[in-house]
Ligand binder design. Structure first.
Ligand code: SF4
Length: 501
């Protein structure tokens, strides 16, 4: 069966719930859905009068937690009932559905025996109006000032936050962009979060800065230029790392960097190697010997500065220490930019081809730079209502998680749970099977979340024991056991065409 999109079904205001329509109560939108049509989120459909979850419910093999490949539940043929019941299977929340409003137990509360211990996994696709993504973009290139607004399709979807070593950081989404602005802002924010979480590329524009194409696990594209390398360190660190390799081959090295530009002869590493003064004069603010801040404005040129001519950051050489023929290497923290100079009789640097003896050291800098990638962490809070789908006393679930009695996962992927109140977690979206994230047009994101604990601990925290079912019982729910695409060595993914009788 294929389902058609059913625009008319989206609005509860559509009101006239004809006899052939059914109402979806899986989120606050409460769509009326015609037979053969899907609701506003495309996740639920009316199949012959029955409300079904369109996407397949994804089960994972437990090799995932040991770094193994995720295996689609079923690759070919009809399900033969053999896999469910083996203790290698992990029940994810992907495709499980939701139970809005949350006084209802989570869609699946599944028991299994693992290494002789009775365990239970509670799965639900949480609806997150309070959620966002943290984006780490490995690049020296300047993306924009801290706190600048990040836009998609012209709408504000987040902001630039503090940069970290070799990376620029963005914080996108959050309840204010999802719900506090215009309808379009909320919709675009929701789309951006879902696309990024599902591993798709998204173009973002930063006020007063660059445009950047972000895709989890892929190099960023800054102003149309794919980034290749992540810096080996700041300019000072680079001096420290490679000073010995320059000894005797060159008289002076400047590692150009927006944050800390390093100067070999003045640097502690140069002092320890007895490198004589060269009379070099740097522009910028001297921090400590051989370390300079603010040699130029931030930009997309050398070392994350706005310069294209490295000599622009040098003053005249001091004739008391400089001499004609003095050899100077200037290089960026990724080795992407470099130039070699020798001083002429007037002590002016004259560019010359890079000597063979220095080629290796520039290559060594490049070699030590890791590939530039974008990292996307989905971040959400499992609020009290979601927790009540797990237990009739929600705070006990929080305590159980903090006490490490309950393990939280998202689509089977390990999560980081923040200390402090609530269950606020982050997950690397590349570890979650593809297509695991959805949306509802409230707007909010839908993300899988699973809670796994001992059955006895589940009973103790007030779990919905009457809804616990053995993992083998899933075979009786044919609609749950649909085939994920048979992609070898790829994470199991959902498919929109998986609805089968
Ligand atoms: S938008 Fe909400 S109510 Fe409509 S089909 Fe999706 S989950 Fe159901």
């Amino acid at each position: 069966m294929t389902f058609m999109s059913n625009d008319a079904s989206q609005a509860p205001a559509d009101g006239a719930a004809g006899s052939d329509k059914i109402r979806c109560d899986a989120c606050p939108v409460m769509c009326y859905i015609r037979p053969g049509a899907t609701g506003a989120c495309d996740r639920y459909a009316n199949r012959d009068g029955e409300l079904i979850r369109v996407d397949p419910h994804v089960l994972l093999e437990r090799t995932l937690s040991h770094g193994g490949k995720i295996v689609p539940f079923q690759r070919v043929g009809d399900w033969d009932g053999k896999i469910v019941g083996q203790d290698k299977v992990f029940v994810t929340a992907i495709g499980a559905g939701t139970t809005y409003p949350d006084y209802k137990p989570a869609p699946f509360i599944v028991s299994s025996e693992i290494d002789g211990v009775d365990m239970v996994t509670v799965v639900t696709e949480g609806i997150f109006s309070y959620c966002g993504v943290k984006v780490k973009i490995d690049t020296d290139r300047y993306l924009g000032p801290e706190a600048a607004t990040v836009r998609a399709q012209g709408e504000a979807v987040g902001l630039v936050i503090t940069s970290e070593y070799g990376s620029q950081m963005l914080s996108l989404g959050g309840v204010h962009h999802l719900t506090g602005g215009t309808k379009k802002e909320g919709r675009v924010t929701c789309d951006v979060l879902m696309d990024l979480s599902n591993g798709k590329a998204v173009e973002l524009a930063i006020d007063g800065g660059a445009t950047v194409v972000v895709q989890a696990g892929k190099p960023p594209i800054v102003n149309g230029e794919p980034e290749e390398r992540m810096r080996v360190g700041c300019g000072s660190a680079t001096i420290g790392m490679f000073a010995k390799q320059w000894l005797g081959k060159v008289d002076e090295v400047v590692v150009v960097d927006d944050h800390i530009t390093g100067v070999l002869s003045e640097h502690q590493a140069g002092k320890l190697l007895d490198i004589p003064e060269t009379g070099i004069k740097m522009k910028g603010r001297r921090s400590t010997p051989g370390r300079y801040f603010q040699v130029a404005e931030p930009g997309t040129g050398w070392g994350g500065t706005n310069i294209t001519d490295p000599l622009a950051i040098l003053g005249p050489f001091d004739p008391r220490n400089a001499r004609p023929g003095l050899r100077l290497l200037m290089v960026s923290t990724t080795g992407e930019h470099y130039a070699y100079f020798e001083l002429d009789e007037a002590l002016h640097p004259v560019e010359k081809p890079l000597p063979e003896a220095l080629v290796l050291s520039v290559e060594r800098i490049r070699e030590n730079c890791e590939p530039a990638l974008c990292t996307v962490l989905f971040m959400g809070g499992a609020g009290g209502s979601l927790r009540s789908g797990v237990t009739d006393n929600p705070v006990r679930l929080t305590r159980s998680v903090k006490d490490a009695l309950t393990r939280v996962t998202s689509g089977g992927a390990p999560v980081y749970v923040w200390p402090g109140g609530g269950i606020t977690f982050m997950v690397d979206v590349t570890e979650v099977p593809q297509g695991a994230f959805g949306y509802v047009p409230t707007p909010a994101l839908v993300a899988p979340i699973e809670f796994t604990m001992r059955l006895s601990d589940y009973a103790a925290l007030g779990g919905h024991m009457e809804n616990v079912r053995p993992v083998t019982s899933l075979k009786d729910k044919a609609e749950l056991l649909r085939r994920a695409p048979a992609v070898e060595a790829e994470p199991a993914a959902k498919t929109k065409t998986a609805a089968q009788p």
